[in-house]
Design a protein around this ligand. Sequence first.
Ligand SMILES: [Zn+2]
Length: 321
Amino acid sequence: MGALTIGIDIGGTSVRASVVDDRGTMLDTLRAATPPTAQALEHCLDRLTGELTSRWTAEAVGLAIAGFLTPDREIVRFAPHLPWREARVAAEMSARVGLPVFAEHDANSAAIAEYRFGAAARGHNTLVLAIGTGIGAGLLLDGEIYRGSYGVAPELGHLTVVPDGRPCSCGKRGCWERYCSGTALVDNVVELLADDDWGRSQLAADVAADPGSLTGRRVAGAAADGDAVAAAAMAGFAGSLGQGLAMIADIFDPDLIVLAGGVGAASGLFLDEAREHYARLVTGPGHRQLARIRGTQLGESAGVIGAAEIARQGLLRTSER
Ligand SMILES: [Zn+2]
């Protein structure tokens, strides 16, 4: 067996750390709530790493971070849900824990994991879309992460799909993730309920009794049960997904699209409909090959497994120098 590495997926609500082997198997996993300050978050990362290295011999640590990193991944410039600003996260952690530490954008980590061990294997130009609260995107061109010129590509969730549409936390309006995410499913239901009387919908009755019970997961569950308002919300979502995929196909012409994230994992509910919209809206339909679209194989573990793989690749690069 090759070296073991530690992958840590740092999300806005939770931190997950795992010892992972060279086949992408998670051997030991720890979780913690994401602390609110940089100092407490760094202490949390050190503690999880220390606990894992007390039980396993790991040679490096990879961090999957939801934020903007410089192209060399040395500095976390900005992370909307994390306390780091212009922070030298990897080097500082390496000095504290005594192991090499490598950082990567979380969507890129997930894309690398799916490419090495999951649904993106054998893809050439592959887009991994993580659809959850918002949209995260990782793009692999011939197996290599595409970062753009300044390290922030591809920020697909904030493409404008509806001019003057729903307001977005990024400050713009009508962004794709406001129509194609778990949050969008909730907004779709709220708008549908305001427009019409959905007398026989269980979801409508539940929302009337307890508005706080309405979540993307609940809408997906109700759609699976055949609820009419949930199905209509899901149809809107599928239409927007297909619209976005057609735009992306016109720019990158991928051969494989993997849908990941909490909503992406429920792709059985919307994939056929989204594919129809995609096939119709792409430029020159019927005269070009379309990307295969499939669901994630690694699910919510993709970020952790990808981070560990980045640590492994980082070690290899260092040893080759
Ligand atoms: Zn936006």
